[in-house]
Design a protein around this ligand. Sequence first.
Ligand code: S3P
Length: 168
Amino acid sequence: MKGNVALIGFMGSGKSTVGKRLARRLNREFIETDRLIEDRARMPISALFQEQGESGFRDVEEEVLKDVSSSAQNAIIACGGGIILRQANIDRLKLSSVIVYLETDTAALKERLSFSRKRPLLNRPDRDKIIEELHEARCPLYQAAADLIVKTGNRPFAAVISEIIERL
Ligand code: S3P
């Protein structure tokens, strides 16, 4: 059943904040794939990356998304930024959810992510360059997967949430 709303977008695009508030407004369950990954792996995402590398992390992410797609109903699902890297994830999301892409420009992402220490892909001295490269590579994937595209960037979250509700 396509009763869920899945939020996709780059790290720092506001999926968790928007998702939590949207769930409260619509009186729906809120699910975050990153939290389920940590529960399943019984360790923080940074430790999972360290122990099993990115591909190990992606395997757990795919398992989690498989479970969520088949069990969640009418939930708001905040997906990790890399969920679109595997076609199987996109296929499952398409069957179970309306997919909303929170689109953010690179400059806003760099600013928002400048203090983040919890994202292993960005824990490196050239993080701004990595953000640019990853964002450019992933934008077409987010766009292709999305049913709805909503701009975030420097807009207040309340405006973003109202727009999503209007367009759902
Ligand atoms: C990742 C995004 C993170 C998390 C992991 C990998 C990515 O989630 O899943 O660090 O590849 O974009 P957020 O988008 O919630 O930061």
